[in-house]
Design a protein around this ligand. Structure first.
Ligand SMILES: [Zn+2]
Ligand SMILES: [Zn+2]
Length: 746
């Protein structure tokens, strides 16, 4: 435990029970020696766990009697490096209530100070440069404490005792505001910077605001013109934008409640210590412009989490768009010059501060599915995400994840850590951050990887990087990794039937999988069911152009594709000859095809656009209420693989006389129905304990809930990932589990 105020807590507790002794940090573990009256010692021992500060969550490693020593009072000793380091890197914490109160109190010396923090709040992961966690090892090293801050820092009775990012207006970081057209000439600081930023936002400008884990691009969420300008300059015509709401009313949620449908689970997720982005359905009377999330019913919403965000939102008084300040798909930008250079075409102004960010952490994203919050992106406040492994590793392992939505994972002994979301590995900056996070996590946790795990696809940038390292390399099949991540989380020791549905991943037979059911357990998966394969015209381009998947299904079925354009005729001829038309079974491409056949999306401007629009349109209850599932024929091929035929779905999707919403709902119902049918057929042949649903397709709430419900009704235990993303963001964790299980069972 570090940076959570635990030693000061122990000190104060010892004083209360009139004990003498010492407390010391041993990189991750805390050593407490106490002596006094026996009954007081017992009460003290119990309170060490039960009354601990909220962020500490301590566990007793061991407890033993020791010889009496001559001691006067209770002392906090300097940190020592333990031989067996058991380091935990805390994630970044939202502004605590005590600090928020101080920040709003006019006679407090930190009144309206945007970098106020204490042992219970403030940045951690994005500010630690090395361990042990002490101020010189953070990006606050360049801010010497003033006398008053030093006194607080050294006083164990103070709630800022050894709060490493401790700061005040005299000695700490400052804001600066720069308008793009007068860069390098004029910048204003302090309250004037905040005022200038708010004035710019009121004029409809786009401001890049530096936060905890990087920059946000910010504009007025109620101003359709500002949103249109942001979209045009960021080349993001449709991708949903996240909003930050002002903290208003008694519980802070008054404004959110006016625009969105809040229930207890959603509310708890929104107020979680990680302060994530939560996808929440709009209210029918919402005043938010449609252009925030065109064609979708849900909006990504978060509450202010840093003191700066609180002040900004309070000053503006109304929701702001707060989307990642990055170049499409790359990690969020973190340094002042980099942001000014790379966001110069988008932002009209910059609200900087001079506290350096050690490494990026994008906002975390949650969606409530089947009554529980499911992590879709691990980021600020949540990552590094720690897991206990059910086995002990003989040597440290590094897993480098997939290609899109990359994150990496590190494991040693019986521990695993998943990094925050890094991004899509196409761009040089993404690769730079990818390498930095790999180096940083090993350095911070004092672990040196002795072997690497990567995806079986040799073309992924992560796999290419892994192959260049001078370490033993294990290649794990994409969907085996997804299935193993689910089995790890959902219950080890069970035999699972796991539906791994996503875009595409290289399969064991060289085709592109993505609609499989895998039977077994980590290290031992068998492909038992799949979809009828089809050929994707144009290969990789099909992922961005749903019409290609629609054309593929039509051509496979001997039907004409609606377009007779010259290039489509050429494409069909190439497809017939098998040129650049890889074989796939990907469920994600079936969703793409459906979105195109229903006229929702022919070309996607962001990943998952077609399927997201398809899900949203199906939720039109009035039009979709008559939809009924169609049975998809199942047959066994010569290898005993169960194959689900999508052909009847294609015919249903093409029935133009049926309302679009009804056809979209029918598509979802039929796939959920097919999951149950497949599970029943397989269970009759080879019994299993539980059904898992994972892969990016199950970010689809409608499909996931229908499938969970129907599996439950059919008597199956069903599980959907919660702690690690079911999309490729959780792949690295699964790679670790799969590779370790294979090697251990060998
Ligand atoms: Zn605080
Ligand atoms: Zn100070």
């Amino acid at each position: 435990m570090q940076g959570v105020g635990y030693r000061a807590f122990v000190f104060n507790l010892a004083e209360r029970f009139e004990l003498s002794g010492v407390v010391q940090n041993l990189t991750g573990e805390v050593l407490v020696e106490a002596q006094g009256v026996a009954s007081a010692l017992d009460a003290f021992a119990a309170a060490l766990v039960s009354a601990a500060p909220p962020l500490a969550r301590p566990q007793v490693v061991s407890c033993q009697p020791i010889p009496l020593r001559k001691l006067t009072g209770f002392e906090i000793l300097l940190s020592a490096v333990a031989a067996q380091a058991d380091i935990h890197i805390p994630p970044d914490n939202y502004l605590c209530d005590d600090c928020r109160r101080e920040m709003l109190a006019p006679n407090d010396r930190r009144y309206r100070y945007p970098f106020i923090n204490c042992t219970q709040c403030g940045p951690r992961y994005t500010l630690i440069t090395r361990m042990p966690y002490d101020r010189p090892h953070t990006t606050m090293a360049g801010f010497p404490l003033c006398l008053r801050c030093r006194a607080e820092y050294e006083d164990p009775h103070n709630r800022r005792f050894h709060a490493q990012p401790l700061a005040c207006p005299v000695c700490g970081p400052q804001l600066s505001f720069v308008a793009a057209h007068q860069r390098a000439h004029k910048s204003v600081g302090g309250d004037a910077a905040l005022d200038a930023c708010i004035a710019a936002l009121r004029r409809g400008e786009i401001v890049a605001v530096k936060g905890i884990g990087g920059y946000h691009l910010v504009c007025d969420a109620l101003d359709p013109l500002a949103i249109a300008r942001l979209r045009a300059s960021k080349h993001r015509p449709h991708k949903p934008l996240a909003l930050m709401f002002p903290w208003q009313g008694e519980d802070g949620l008054q404004r959110v409640r006016a625009e969105l449908q809040l229930d207890a689970v959603t509310q708890a997720a929104l107020c979680d210590a990680a302060r994530p982005i939560v996808l929440i359905p709009r209210r029918a009377d919402s005043t938010l412009p449609d252009s925030i999330a065109p064609g979708l019913n849900e909006i990504g919403v978060m509450l202010p989490y840093s003191p700066l965000h609180h002040l900004l939102l309070e000053g503006f008084g109304s929701p702001l768009v707060a989307t990642s300040g990055n170049v499409s798909g790359e990690p969020v930008l973190t340094d002042n010059t980099g942001a000014e250079t790379r966001l110069s075409n988008v932002a009209q102004a910059f609200l900087h501060h001079n506290r350096p960010i050690a490494r990026p952490a994008d906002d975390s994203v949650l969606r409530i599915i089947a009554g529980k919050p499911r992590l879709l992106r691990a980021g600020r406040g949540i990552a590094p995400l720690e897991f206990d492994l059910p086995f002990s590793l003989p040597q440290p392992l590094l897993a480098v994840g997939g290609h899109m939505k990359n994150s990496i994972a590190l494991a040693w002994n019986n521990r695993a850590v998943l990094s925050p979301h890094i991004g899509d590995l196409d761009a040089p900056r993404s690769l730079e951050i990818f390498e930095q996070v790999i180096a940083d996590l090993q350095q911070l946790y004092s672990v040196k990887a002795q072997a690497i795990v990567c995806d079986a696809h040799p073309g992924y940038a992560s796999s290419r990087w892994a192959a260049k390292q001078d370490l033993p390399l294990y290649r794990v099949q994409h969907h085996h990794a997804h299935a193993s991540a689910l089995a790890f989380e959902g219950g080890q020791g069970k035999t699972w039937l796991t539906f791994t549905w996503d875009g595409v991943g290289l399969g064991e037979d060289g085709t592109l999988w993505g609609g499989e059911a895998l039977l077994g357990r980590p290290g031992k998966w068998k492909r038992v069911a799949s979809f009828k394969p089809f050929c994707l015209p144009g290969g990789e381009r099909a992922g961005r152009e749903p019409w290609r998947s629609a054309a593929a299904l039509c051509w496979e079925s001997g039907l004409a594709w609606q377009s007779n354009a010259r290039d489509v005729v050429l494409l069909k001829s190439a497809w017939q000859h098998g040129l650049n038309a890889p074989v796939t079974t990907a469920a994600g491409r079936l969703f793409d095809a459906a979105s195109s056949l229903l006229g929702l999306c022919d070309i996607a401007s962001y990943e998952g656009q077609g399927p997201m629009l398809l899900e949203a349109v199906a939720q039109n209850d009035f039009e979709s209420r008559d939809a009924e599932a169609i049975g998809l024929p199942l047959h066994e091929d010569e290898n005993g693989l169960l194959v689900a035929d999508w052909t009847p779905l294609l015919h249903a999707l093409r029935r133009d006389e049926v309302p679009v919403a009804q056809r979209a709902m029918q598509f979802h119902l039929s796939l959920a129905h097919s999951i149950v049918k497949q599970a029943q057929r397989i269970h009759a042949r080879t019994p299993f304990d539980a059904v898992g649903l994972t892969g990016g397709v199950f970010q689809n709430k409608l499909l996931a809930e229908l499938a969970m419900q129907q599996l439950g009704a059919a008597g199956f235990e069903a599980y959907l990932p919660q702690q690690a993303p079911c999309n490729d963001g959780g792949l690295a964790l699964g790679q670790l589990i799969e590779a370790a299980s294979k090697n251990i069972s060998r």
